[in-house]
Unconditional design. Structure first.
Length: 288
């Protein structure tokens, strides 16, 4: 497969200049939250039955294998290429609780900021999605995610990046995420992020003995669209409690002044190859 040299060096020149001059290459995301409120999901651990209805619904709508493992105290189940959400059970100082894990859908996702081709994308509705037609396979999204969410289908002949999308296709159809729809204990609540935070604070205020005074995801990593109310201490429920409150893309500010040139230019080279190849393929197809 030949690569159009003009396209390659054109892209390489633009991106290389941007990086070399210290201007961070920013992935485009949807409009800021101030312009349109993101949709989100609130999880309440006091209401979770650990029934895995959310897992089963997620597997069904995404054509994934039906979960067979049951939540068990002391056994941590992780999301992977065949399961986009999991339920884990923890024995805490305040009792036993089940916690749902999936993509957090950050307000300013590090995965999207790290993606040079905008394959990982923050939609204006709120969900962070992966777009196969734009991915060049660098997997920077996996490395950059502070929650270790994106997974790669290593054993597939046509591998993809896999993660929860908050049922983005369903949202566009006016439906709610499958996990929320299937929840039998009313542990999951769908709405705008502002509404969910307001509801979470109301529950804490009205039942202070039932909850930790902390909405996980309100500020962590710059804020997320998946929020948690818990009865047990955060550090006993498998949450990462050492995350900064500012968004992780903000860490890249000033980064380019302190790294060797080869590390700065390598992403540009990859992007140049990807764009040149894509443009060349498009021209070939147009002549067929």
């Amino acid at each position: 497969m030949s690569i159009n040299r003009r396209n390659f060096f054109k892209v390489l020149g633009v991106t290389g200049l941007t990086l070399a001059t210290g201007s961070a290459l920013k992935a485009k995301t949807a409009s800021p939250e101030s312009e349109k409120e993101f949709s989100g999901i609130l999880f309440d651990s006091t209401r979770c039955l650990g029934c895995q209805s959310c897992e089963k619904a997620c597997a069904k709508v995404n054509n994934l294998p039906k979960p067979t493992e049951k939540p068990e105290v002391g056994v941590i189940r992780e999301t992977n290429e065949t399961r986009r959400t999991v339920i884990n059970t923890y024995n805490t100082s305040k009792g036993e609780f089940s916690i749902k894990k999936q993509c957090m859908h950050c307000n300013e996702p590090a995965c999207a900021a790290a993606c040079l081709t905008q394959a990982m994308y923050k939609t204006k509705e709120g969900p962070v999605i992966w777009r196969a037609d734009k991915c060049m396979g660098c997997r920077y999204c996996m490395v950059s995610c502070p929650f270790d969410v994106p997974k790669f289908e290593y054993h597939s002949s046509n591998p993809q990046i896999v993660k929860c999308t908050m049922c983005y296709d369903r949202l566009l159809e006016g439906k709610i995420p499958a996990c929320v729809y299937a929840c039998t204990g009313d542990a999951l609540h769908f709405g705008t992020r502002k509404e969910l935070i307001k509801e979470a604070r109301r529950r804490i205020q009205e039942n202070p003995d039932d909850y930790e005074d902390h909405i996980y995801g309100e500020h962590e990593a710059g804020g997320t669209s998946f929020l948690y109310l818990t009865a047990g201490p955060i550090n006993e429920l498998g949450f990462k409690n050492t995350l900064q409150n500012s968004s992780y893309p903000s860490l890249t500010k000033g980064f380019l002044y302190s790294v060797p040139t080869i590390f700065v230019l390598w992403p540009s080279i990859l992007l140049g190859i990807y764009e040149a190849t894509k443009n060349n393929n498009s021209k070939s197809e147009s002549h067929e």
